[in-house]
Structures are given as C-alpha cells and as structure tokens.
Design a protein around this ligand. Structure first.
Ligand code: NAD
Length: 457
C-alpha cells in the first residue's frame, strides 16, 4: 500500500507516514458509500442528530490534542487552532438547530383537491475534497449538513491536513456514524482525481482556482451537483472619515491572521488620500507587533507557510512590486529556517499593474493603495476576476451601503473583515467559485427539492 508522509511546515520534520488510497481503494470505498446511503437516509433524523451531538462532544473533550495536531501539520499558531475548534462548535449548533426546519416537506398550494408539496431528498453520495487552511471549518461546512440530511460522504482531506481529517473521521465514527456512511480518502491530488471518476451525486470542493477549474472540466459533462469554494483577492476601502488607527489595527489582523492563509484574508487595501499616511503608519506599527515564531508558542501570531511552494509566490510578488516602484515598509523576506517562514510584509504605493494586487498572495503580504474617493475605490475593488468578500471602514452607514451595494462580492463587511457566520451564506462571484455553504441555503444544498403534485382521486 502507498504511504503519505506528513511534515511539520514549521520545522521541516517528518511527523509520520499514513497509509494512502489508490484508484482501486477509492472505487471500493465509493461502492461502500453507495450501498450504505439508503439505510442512512432512512435513519430517523433524531438519530442522525444524536451522532452529530456526540461528535461535537468529542471535539470539546479532545480540543487541546486536536488543536496541537492541526498546529503540527499546518503550522497554524496554536491559539488560532483553538479558535477554529471553538468556532466550529457554533457552526455545528447552527446545523443541529436548523436542519429539520429548513428541509421539512412544505405544502405550497392546496386548493380544489390539488396539493403541491416540496420535499427535500438527500443528494445521495457526496464527495468532499477539502483544503488545509481551515480544515475543521471547511470540512465540517460540508460534512455535518451532508450527513444530517441523509447523504453518505467520501471525504478527501488535504494532504497538508490529513491527520486532522483522520481525527474528524475518528470522532464521527466514535459518535455512531457508521464506517461506510462517512469514509475518508487519504492522499494527494491523484486521490481527489480518482474520486471524481466515481458514481457520486455531488462534489463539494474547497481549494484553489486552478484545481477548481480542473475539477469542473473533469465532472462538467456528468451533470452532478458541483460546488467550488475558491480563492479571493479581497479588497477593503478605508474612507476619509474613518479612524485610521482603529481601521489599521482591524485590517492588519484581517490581512495577517492565520499567517495570511485565509480564503477571506484582506488582500488589497484602498485608503482615502486624506488619511492615507496616518493609516499606513498605524498599520505598519501594528504589523511590527506581530510575533513570528514557533506555532506551538502561545504568543506566536505569524506561524508557518503551510505549503512550501507558496514561498516562491510570495518572493515573486515582492520582487515584482519592488521592481515596479512600490514602497516596502516592513518585511519582504523569508524567515531564517528551519521550516517555511515569511516576514509580515507591507507595501504602499502599489498599483494594479503589480501581481500582489491581482493574484491571491495567501501569505502575510499586503498592498495599500491611495485613492481619491469612493468612486475610484469602487472601480478598483471591482477590478478583479475574484469576488469572495469586500469591506468598507467609515462611521457613515449610508456611505458604506452605497459603496458595498456596488461591489461584486459574495460577502460584504462594514467596519469588520475576515469574518464568517454560520447564519449567512458563504459564496463568491466570478473565479471565487459557484454554489455556497452555511446558512439554511447551505443545508438545503445537500438535498434535491422534489416536487409532488397530489390529487386525491
Ligand atoms: P488546492 O487546490 O491545492 O487543493 C485542494 C484539494 O484539492 C486538496 O485536497 C488536493 O489534494 C485536491 N486536489 C489537487 N489536485 C486535484 C485534482 N486534480 N483533482 C481533484 N482533487 C485535487 O488548494 P489548497 O492549497 O488546499 O487550498 C488553498 C486555496 O483554497 C486558496 O486559494 C484559498 O483561498 C482556497 N480556500 C477557499 C475557501 C472558500 O471558502 N472559498 C476556503 C478555504 C480555502
């Protein structure tokens, strides 16, 4: 059997090796998930909910060791690993509370002996190919509602978060979810590609635009449900009436949290010319207070770059920006080893001719651009092929709403950033993907609305 090596990106050390799947084992597991699906769909919802409640209790019980595992394999600072797990509990609670009511059969017409009903039936077998940067969040956004609504799940965790994926499986199985109802596929991209070949009814993907496009091409002619949650180049505009220091502190966190490796990291900042210099000074001050180092240390804020190749992307964006006249205020270099480290890096005087204002950096790197007013800010914010999130900082709600209503993004923020709520749909415009998770729509998405036309004879 092939093996997958798991590395610690903060030290470069090999943590362990685990047995990996191949095309034959993926096919066998897909057949198991298919055979188990009708039985799981017929299991009363109270029983399915009880499994997820026990899963939640397992997360609470094992939280410290789960956080340490995630930190060791992804380089996420330990406090942020705990934050992710604690945040997950609220998401699970939301799904537990809302699944039954949002998928109950509804009568939408009942007159003259004719009744019309909408029933939510499970999709069937759901494939989930996941990313590493928030493995609990992005995994459970799919896994939990998919299981609650009666689907069986073939889950391919990222090769950079495999131990976490195996922990998710352990806790679900301990909680009573049958082993053939939730099945983990271990491996790199080839294992994900093998999953696409199987008899599945839905494919839910979180990851890069490049892989998402490959997946869309692979399954496009199959007409299965396809959801792609991809990257972003998320902009924020700081208006002239905003408090530059407060906005800078909030946005520095939004740009650098999780070492900048969040799909909704702030990736571009536009600042009104009247407060630009004060904002940049406060932003650089805040960033210089972020401690880089061992992700297991309680006071580390900048952890490791999880995927080593991303260091080349950061180097190239820095070199391109410098060559084209951007002003470097702090950072700009890899951190001395061991492991994959990059300094928190801030540029101003950037333009859309530079890569760092066009392509996802996915690291602790930010460009700040001066603008003359709201109109120019909106134009620049929309000058992108992505559209995941966008924000505005101003005390004036009307002004914020006027700007945000013109911005093409799935989520918009007023005086906040880098925020996800289980109650709101999570989706993107353009190359940020198709479909959605979270909210009641993100529960219904794991079902087919079946139309019943009923006439009493
Ligand atoms: P990635 O595309 O490299 O990998 C994602 C998954 O796809 C992994 O499990 C990988 O093994 C698998 N894969 C690779 N090649 C495949 C193929 N040919 N067929 C099938 N599967 C394949 O992405 P990543 O580095 O894990 O994640 C980072 C990206 O994810 C960033 O762009 C980030 O913005 C995005 N992201 C988006 C969201 C969102 O909600 N929109 C959330 C988290 C991350």
């Amino acid at each position: 059997m092939t093996q997958l090596s798991i590395h610690n990106p903060a030290t470069g050390a090999t943590l362990t090796t685990v047995p990996a799947d191949d095309a034959a084992s993926v096919a066998a597991k897909a057949a198991q998930a298919r055979a188990a699906q009708p039985g799981w769909a017929a299991t009363p919802i109270v029983q399915r909910k009880s499994c997820i409640e026990k899963f939640r209790a397992g997360v609470v019980r094992d939280l410290e060791s789960l956080a340490a595992t995630m930190t060791r394999e992804t380089g996420k600072p330990i406090k942020m690993s705990r934050n992710e797990l604690n945040g997950l509990l609220g998401r699970i609670d939301f799904f537990l509370k809302e699944t039954e009511s949002s998928t109950a059969t509804r009568t939408v017409y009942d007159e003259g002996g004719m009744r019309e009903q909408i029933q939510h039936v499970p999709l069937g077998v759901v494939g989930n190919i996941s990313a590493w940067n928030y493995p609990w969040f992005v995994g459970c956004n799919v896994i939990v509602p998919a299981l609650l609504t009666g689907n069986t799940v073939l889950y391919k965790p990222s090769e950079y978060a495999t131990l976490t994926g195996l922990e998710i499986a352990r806790l679900l199985h301990e909680a009573g979810v049958p082993r053939d109802v939730f099945i983990t596929l271990v491996g790199e991209g080839a294992v994900g590609a093998a999953l696409l070949e199987q008899d599945i009814d839905g494919l839910f993907f979180t990851g890069s635009h490049a892989t998402g496009a490959r997946i869309a091409r692979a399954v496009g002619s199959r007409f299965i449900k396809l959801q792609l949650e991809l990257g972003g180049k998320d902009p924020t505009y700081v208006c002239d009436d905003a408090d530059p220091k407060a906005a800078a502190e909030s946005l520095a966190d939004g740009a650098m949290y999780n070492t900048g490796q969040s799909c909704c990291s702030v990736e571009r900042i536009y600042v009104h010319e009247k407060i630009h210099d004060a904002f940049v000074a406060a932003f650089v001050d805040t960033v210089n207070g972020f401690k880089a180092g061992d992700p297991m240390s309680e006071d580390t804020y900048i952890g490791a770059i999880t995927r080593a190749p991303q260091l080349d992307v950061l180097d190239a964006q820095v070199a391109d920006a410098r060559a084209k006249g951007a002003v470097l205020h702090t950072g700009g270099n890899r951190l001395a080893g061991p492991g994959n480290g990059f300094e928190a890096t801030v540029f101003s005087n950037v333009t859309h001719g530079m890569e760092l204002m066009k392509e996802e950096s996915f690291g602790p790197l930010i460009g700040i651009q001066k603008v003359s007013g709201d109109e120019e800010a909106v134009k620049l914010m929309n000058d992108t092929r992505y559209g995941l999130t966008a924000g505005v900082y101003t005390p004036d709600r009307q002004r914020a709403e006027a700007v945000l209503s013109k911005v093409n993004a799935g989520s918009v923020y007023w005086n906040c950033c880098d925020r996800v709520s289980p109650r709101l749909p999570w989706s993107g415009y353009g190359d940020s993907g198709v479909g959605l998770t979270l909210s009641t729509y993100g529960i219904q998405t794991f079902t087919r609305p079946k139309a019943w036309h009923l006439r009493q004879a």
